[in-house]
Design a protein. Structure first.
Length: 340
């Protein structure tokens, strides 16, 4: 499977992932061969590119839950964009509570792990796609930690809105990806604060959870040079911790056209090293929500070789059994020998 920009698509190429419209209606199924008409539709739909199967590559297996995950991601992204458009125009984000309830109902009650499929992002749409992914992760983590519904709702709402200020950042800066100057970072921080100040005056009129704004404030201003956030209760601090973990995990593993993602296992290993920033209890809960090293996954080892995960280890995903492809020998792994 490879990513191909829309401008480089050619008739006969096969889709690796389904394409849905804003209502979640399936437009093109996996393994569909592209036609000139289909390519025009993809261009008109505003997609920057799609994933294509190699000529002899079989269609990868996906469960119904996996397909629905991608479908609802698409629906939620368009719903969130509509609400953020309203906020920018000083209008009430009328359908935001409904979006929060839908995410909570679908992902805040799960009793099993899911495959957290990432969507492809550009500087033009990452705000919406990142917020939706973080909201879904936050819903799953808060459920795993047995938080009550009101706290879940406040957290999901905060996850959808905390990056609102990025919409004020010019695309020329966003296109730099991680290659930001200190001036760029300061400019982005000022716009994140501007986003918060846009939300704050009329927030009570939006019919949104009152604590969401406090969570957003804690996240936005934690590194601010101009404003020191006040200490909050232990329960609210935990919600902030969940949002920080979900935010960073999604940033590291997202498929962005400006930079390649790292694997879930590499992302978790990185977060685990920063215990002073990312709450270990939240990381443990995240590991119980998503498949990180499922059976059948391919991993890169520190010696440059590739290996296949034989059995998922639910007790400790970083210690599992793999089959090294170069010599067909089974090894028991530790985090130190998995690079990505």
């Amino acid at each position: 499977m490879q990513f191909v920009r829309t401008a480089d698509l050619k008739p006969g190429m096969r889709l690796a992932k389904p394409i849905y419209n804003r209502m979640g209606v399936l437009l093109y199924e996996r393994d569909t061969k592209l036609t000139f008409q289909g390519i025009n539709s993809i261009e008109n739909f505003g997609l920057i590119g799609i994933f294509i199967l190699e000529p002899a590559e079989p269609v990868p297996p996906l469960s119904r839950e996996d397909l629905e995950f991608e479908q609802f991601q698409t629906i939620y992204v368009f719903q969130l964009k509509d609400n953020m458009d309203n906020l920018q125009a000083n209008r009430t984000p009328a359908s935001l509570p409904e979006l929060v309830k839908s995410i909570q109902k679908r992902y805040g009650v799960l009793d099993h792990k899911v495959n957290f499929a990432q969507n492809l992002r550009s500087s033009a749409d990452f705000v919406y796609k990142h917020a939706i992914s973080v909201a879904i992760l936050s819903a799953m983590i808060s459920n795993q930690m047995h938080l009550p519904d009101p706290q879940q709702s406040a957290l999901i709402t905060a996850a959808l809105l905390y990056d609102f200020g990025y919409l004020y950042v010019p695309q020329t800066i966003l296109d730099k990806g991680d290659n930001l100057t200190e001036a760029d970072k300061e400019f982005i921080q000022l716009n994140l604060e501007r986003g918060y100040e846009t939300l704050r005056p009329n927030y009570q009129e939006f019919d949104l959870p009152e604590h969401s704004l406090e969570i957003i404030q804690q996240v936005i201003f934690r590194n601010s040079k101009n404003f020191k956030v006040k200490e909050v209760s232990e329960s609210l601090s935990l919600l902030v911790d969940i949002l920080l973990v979900a935010d960073r995990f999604d940033h590291l593993t997202a498929m962005n056209i400006n930079k390649p993602p790292i694997s879930e296992v590499a992302a978790m290993a990185e977060l685990k090293k920063q215990k002073h920033v990312y709450n270990p209890l939240v990381l443990a809960a995240l590991a119980e929500c998503i498949h990180i090293l499922p059976a059948g996954a391919c991993v890169d080892l520190s010696d440059g070789e590739k290996a296949l995960v034989l059995v998922e280890n639910p007790a400790d995903f970083l210690h599992t059994m793999v089959l090294k492809l170069s010599n067909n020998v089974i090894y028991g792994l530790s985090a130190a020998v998995i690079t990505k």
